[in-house]
Design a protein. Structure first.
Length: 256
């Protein structure tokens, strides 16, 4: 199924408008037929609209790298989305909740690329390009009504990406099987980084294949979010804090 460029533009504009007006929109798949390739084309176009407004790409994020997330959202394969500078929050910052439709927050592991990843080299080892690792959180805010979407919908919607915050960077080290704790006010969820494809480093390996296939450059200085280790929690007007054993913690405060 190849959707026309005009339709791709139309669907990207619909998602962009939903984000900018903080108004949800019905699933695109409800009344449009499009496949995974088309969905990534819509995502590209959506990112193009952001770049056109002066935002810049600062990294990428993976989604559905853990069973907890797949089960929560009813989706079963890894996806990739883009992070821009406008999505970044400082550790400890206030998050204005009125910017979002129905935000959720989830615990993540962030990797930082110390050099470009050569996607043309089949022997590339992305782990050798990483120079730091940190505890992080992602704010997801599906533009779809009630957070209900199909697999292609969520890809088109830049994988629900809305915000991210990174804790103190640590030297690159093995980060598999670390206890993860996310507290959002009185709500607490716990898990392990092992939930992320067995080890979050495997998320990086999965990323290389997708980046190659989708022509997504992976450059020095960029951040990679490996995907949530637990299900996401609704972000309310309270402190959200993520602790990863041995890596440290990161917080934001929701403000209504
Ligand atoms: C899609 C984003 C998934 C993750 O870490 O698995 C994701 C969603 O749940 O709306 O970011
Ligand atoms: Mg995530």
């Amino acid at each position: 199924m190849v959707v026309s460029g005009t339709e791709i533009d139309l669907l990207a504009t619909r998602l962009d408008r939903a984000e900018r007006t903080v108004t949800d929109t019905p699933s695109l798949a409800e009344d449009h037929e499009f496949d995974i390739e088309d969905a990534y084309r819509i995502q590209d176009r959506l990112i193009g609209l952001r770049l056109g407004r002066g935002e810049s790409i600062v990294g990428v994020k993976l989604g559905f790298t853990s069973k907890a997330k797949m089960a929560q959202m009813g989706v079963s394969d890894v996806i990739v989305g883009r992070l821009t500078d406008a999505m970044r929050f400082d550790d400890g910052a206030d998050v204005d909740l009125s910017r979002f439709i129905h935000p959720k927050i989830e615990p993540e592991i962030a990797y930082r690329l110390g050099r470009d990843v050569d996607l043309d080299d089949p022997a590339t080892d992305i782990a050798t390009c990483v120079d730091a690792v940190a505890p992080a959180m992602e704010i997801i805010d599906s533009r779809y009504r009630d957070f209900r979407f199909t697999y292609t919908d969520v890809i088109a919607d830049n994988t629900s990406a809305a915000g991210y915050v990174i804790g103190p960077w640590q030297r690159m080290q093995e980060a598999g099987n670390r206890a993860v704790r996310l507290e959002v006010g009185a709500t607490c969820v716990v898990g392990s980084t092992a939930a992320i494809l067995g080890d979050p480093i495997k998320a990086l390996h999965a990323l290389v294949g997708m980046a190659r296939h989708r022509s997504i450059p992976l450059c020095a200085g960029q951040v990679v979010l490996a995907g949530a280790a637990t299900a996401a929690v609704t972000l309310t007007a309270t402190v959200a804090r993520c602790d990863v054993a041995g890596l440290g913690s990161v917080t934001v405060r929701g403000r209504s």
